[in-house]
Design a protein around this ligand. Structure first.
Ligand code: UD1
Length: 423
């Protein structure tokens, strides 16, 4: 295991490039199971979660090649297994995204139940309910979802709640179903729309993705094609928040401001001066301390839960008090205990965190508990006086490509060492 050592107190300055979106790359890679033809993918980020899904597809018999420019070619001509084992699903819940494509194209799938995880119970009942409505026979045996179908048929599905991977799984299943499927109360996240755009390149007939009603006219088969994954809006927001906590001035490139309006508005409320172009965003704190803000997380286009922990770090050093309410996941405040160790003043009240900002955050040894929690600790470490060491940073490698290289490029003092090492 490794840890990150950060010597805080340096305002971030400079430019970095944003990587492709993890949460678009994962469903798009899973969706490659729907076609037997070659598919070329670009802007796939180098992340542990991508390695996990690539291993899963490889174990099933999918042919995957990587060229020198990090483009991936995937071809699922025929499969040797329809099985997603517990060992892989346990490390990455999004592995459940192979269920819809396997069932739809091959008529069978055995996918491990994801089980509990650090940020709540996160069931998959909505995924299963949707596929059952399309004619799948589903049973749960020995911790596995066992699904079968001769050929799925179209259905009208009303999601009981908004779920991102649930919407994606059903959309993928419907792409090859017989007839029309309508998903009401669908997730509107940009990554859902990116997946639909990708499937349409392969010959699917999907309209309405990006709105709460998606219509999918099933086709008999999908072909090949090339696709460039959209930029990562959460990575974008995380670096902008890092500049905010350090009172810095940065420009992020290869990104899209239209994907993060709710985040940009909150950062402006903290006092940040923001400029945007079609594919870049600059943020300047003009050396000032950020003001604390009130935030309530909710599905897109509202403020994303995946930026909640990072904004907690902003409030931890902000002027005044701010209340952050988490409405998407229960138990997503694991970073709070660690921020307290660094001198933050935060009180949890149910699903809200009331934070009185301090300008005296200090370094401390802390532990990463999940992906976005670790980002929050990195931000706090960058803003704190003295040294912070963050253990269990494998969480951060799941979702941030080259985080120390990018932060070093912005002037941060950060490096990685083995966990046993003292310095
Ligand atoms: C996706 C994102 C994750 C993000 C989350 C919310 C990916 C790979 N991951 O996760 O980064 O934090 O959206 O924006 O895209 N729920 C049910 N039953 C279901 C499905 C979900 O009750 O069948 C609940 C969950 O417990 C949670 C809420 O719905 O409380 C939203 O979860 P969901 O949108 O499904 O999250 P993921 O798709 O797992």
């Amino acid at each position: 295991m490794e840890k990150l050592i950060i010597k805080g107190g340096v305002p971030l300055t400079g430019e970095i490039k944003i990587s492709g979106a993890k949460n678009a790359a994962l469903p798009i890679l899973a969706a490659s199971l729907l076609s037997g033809a070659p598919i070329q993918l670009s802007n796939i980020p180098h992340l542990q979660d991508v390695t996990t899904i690539v291993s899963l597809l490889g174990q099933m018999g999918v042919n995957i090649t990587l060229d020198e420019r990090s483009n991936i070619e995937v071809q699922a001509a025929s499969l040797t297994s329809f099985h997603a084992p517990y060992e892989l699903v346990r490390t990455m819940r999004a592995s459940v995204l192979v269920l819809g494509p396997l069932l739809s194209r091959f008529g069978e799938a055995q996918v491990s139940l994801p089980g509990g995880c650090a940020i709540g119970t996160r069931p998959v009942d909505q995924h299963l309910k949707g596929m059952q409505a399309m004619g799948a026979e589903i049973s749960i045996e020995n911790g596995y979802i066992k699904a079968k179908a001769k050929r799925l048929h179209g259905a009208t599905i009303v999601m009981d709640l908004i779920t991102v991977t649930g919407t994606e799984n059903i959309m993928m299943a419907a792409a090859l179903a017989k007839g029309q499927t309508i998903i009401h109360n669908a997730a509107r996240e940009p990554e859902v729309e990116d997946l639909a755009n990708f499937l349409n390149v392969l010959g699917a007939k999907i309209s309405g993705a990006g709105t709460s009603t998606i219509v999918i006219d099933g086709v008999d088969e999908l072909g090949g094609g090339s696709y460039h994954v959209l930029p990562d809006r959460i990575e974008t927001g995380t670096y902008l928040a890092a500049a905010t906590v350090t009172r810095g001035r940065i420009k992020v490139k290869n990104t899209r401001p239209d994907l993060i309006e709710s985040i940009l508005l909150k950062l402006e409320e903290t006092g940040a001066h923001i400029d945007t172009g079609t594919d870049w965003i600059s943020l300047d704190m003009k050396g000032n301390r950020p003001r604390s803000v009130n935030i309530s997380t909710a599905p897109y286009p509202a403020f994303p839960t995946d930026m909640q922990a990072q904004m907690m770090a902003v409030n931890a050093v902000g002027e005044g008090s701010g209340v952050i309410t988490e409405t998407v996941f229960e138990n997503r405040f694991m970073h709070v205990q660690e921020l307290l160790r660094m001198g933050a003043d935060i009180t949890l009240k149910g699903n809200s965190a009331v934070c009185n900002g301090t300008d005296k955050l200090h370094g401390a040894p802390v532990m990463a508990t999940d992906l976005r929690a670790s980002a929050s600790l990195v931000l706090a470490g960058l803003a704190a006086k003295d040294e912070t060491s963050i253990d269990r940073i494998y969480h951060i490698d799941r979702g941030y490509e080259c985080i120390e290289e990018k932060l070093t490029q912005l002037g941060a003092r950060i490096h990685r060492i083995p966990s046993e090492s003292k310095q």
